[in-house]
Design a protein around this ligand. Structure first.
Ligand SMILES: O=C([O-])[C@@H](O)[C@@H](O)[C@H](O)[C@@H](O)C(=O)[O-]
Ligand SMILES: [Mg+2]
Length: 431
């Protein structure tokens, strides 16, 4: 008989190198915080999880971690209940928006769920290892052997601003349609991606329309998406929709708020709208679906509360005839594996999932998950199918320890101020 009791939980905050990717808020910091969760059982099996690592997540995770020893890794429903009692500092959860809005609304429940997801994935990984089963089997079984991902294109600088310590890479700058197409070609060459998402909201819409048009010319018939993170007014969104309707698979969060999204959706001539901003919690679903505001929900298993909740979300979407796919923020291979396992179990996954992973040159795994033909093969070994490299974890943790606190909370506007001291988060609509 296996002893599935949790005996230890290890939390390791890390800082991961991130390139200077631009978005409507600013630019990515040279290092971004993530949290690695290890759950150890009485039998010595260790499960891995990963989630957001900003201070408020870390504090909540520490509180939850202390409550796990003595419980079973199978007690995943209990984990959700346990998290409800995790105290949160009222100043860090104020009902406004998270990371300048890039992750949608900020609520106490969502913060707790974002933390729970790291623990849930770690418990599932440990359970899979203990039973000799892949995580997808614990979720009811895979429906596909490969999960397709989309190339995530960003306007970017060649390097972080002068005087800012950071890692360098050989991508060069991409600040116009030619640069974006060149970036896309490299993604195709290296990973075989067959669909493309451009992070917009950086330049005036005409320039971003031109970039999408250039992509359509370079890759005829391939699915394309544009995501300005809610930076446009309804009228601007409608103009962009009219210009790009013939080449876009969907338009992602063109404008901010459910009612504005609903207005765009109603007048966009049938172009579907996707979101990872106006539907990011269960309470937001009813209003948005009733209003017809979104046609595709991009789930982020971190903030929806884990892999099982992602499946609940997918079922709700299916009931309402709304599509589902996956959102991504800067993440490592543990989360890519988790996304791949859950995506393999979701029926009717009609859109390639988002992932930042190809932008990450560092990881905490012995072997990086690979893309082939734009897909990740669903692992069939025990658990998530990934192995922790403790030396790498320690190195990234040492970086976190050495930081004076300025990089421990993602702040793209603050990072932009290193290049442009007068920069403030642009109000929406920006255009
Ligand atoms: O990493 C970024 O710059 C993205 O803008 C990210 O923060 C968003 O949450 C995300 O990728 C999105 O699809 O909105
Ligand atoms: Mg988005």
């Amino acid at each position: 008989m296996k002893d599935l009791t949790v005996t230890e939980v290890r939390l390791t905050p890390i800082l991961v190198a991130d390139p200077p990717l631009l978005n409507t808020q600013g630019v990515h910091q040279p290092y971004t915080p993530r949290l690695i969760v290890e759950v150890v059982t009485a039998d010595g099996v260790t499960g891995l999880g990963e989630t957001y690592g900003d201070t408020k997540y870390l504090e909540a995770a520490r509180s939850l971690a202390g409550r796990l020893p003595g419980r079973s890794i199978t007690d995943l429903n209990g984990l959700l209940t346990l998290a409800e009692d995790v105290p949160l500092d009222g100043h860090t959860v104020d009902g406004s928006v998270d990371v300048g809005g890039l992750r949608g609304v900020q609520t106490a429940d969502k913060l707790r769920l974002s933390v729970v997801s790291g623990f849930e994935v770690a418990c599932l990984d440990a359970l899979g290892k203990a039973l000799g089963l892949p995580v997808h089997a614990l979720l009811g079984g895979k429906l596909r052997d490969r999960v397709e991902y989309s190339a995530y294109l960003f306007y970017r600088w060649a390097g972080h601003p002068e005087g800012v310590a950071g890692e360098s890479d050989d991508w060069g700058a991409a600040l116009d349609p030619e640069g974006i197409v060149a970036q896309a070609r490299r993604f195709v060459r290296d990973h075989g991606f067959g669909s493309f998402k451009l992070k917009g909201g950086v330049f005036p819409p005409e320039e971003e329309i031109a970039a999408v048009r250039a992509l359509a010319d370079a890759f005829p018939g391939r699915p394309l998406r544009l995501d300005p993170n809610g930076a446009w007014s309804v009228e601007t969104s409608l103009k962009v929709a009219a210009e790009l309707r013939d080449v876009l698979e969907y338009l992602e969060d063109p404008t901010t708020g459910t009612s504005a999204m609903a207005e765009v959706a109603a007048r966009a001539g049938g172009l579907p709208l996707a979101t990872n901003m106006c539907v990011t919690t269960f309470p937001e679903i009813a209003g948005a679906f009733t209003a017809g505001a979104v046609q595709v929900v991009l789930s982020d298993h971190h903030y929806w509360g884990g892999l099982r909740n992602t499946r609940h979300l997918a079922e709700i979407c299916r009931t309402f005839g709304v599509g589902v796919s996956m959102h991504s923020n800067t993440h490592l291979g543990i989360s890519l594996a988790a996304m791949t396992h859950v995506a393999a179990t979701v029926p009717g996954l009609h859109h390639a999932c988002d992932t930042h992973y190809p932008w990450q040159t560092e990881d905490v795994l012995t072997e990086r998950p690979a893309f082939s033909g734009g897909c990740v093969t669903v692992p069939d070994g025990p658990g998530l199918g990934v192995t922790l490299d403790r030396d790498r974890l320690d190195a990234l943790h040492r970086r976190w320890l050495a930081d004076d606190g300025s990089l421990r909370d993602r702040d793209d506007a603050a990072a932009m101020r290193r290049a442009d001291p007068g920069w403030t988060t642009p109000p929406v609509p920006r255009w």
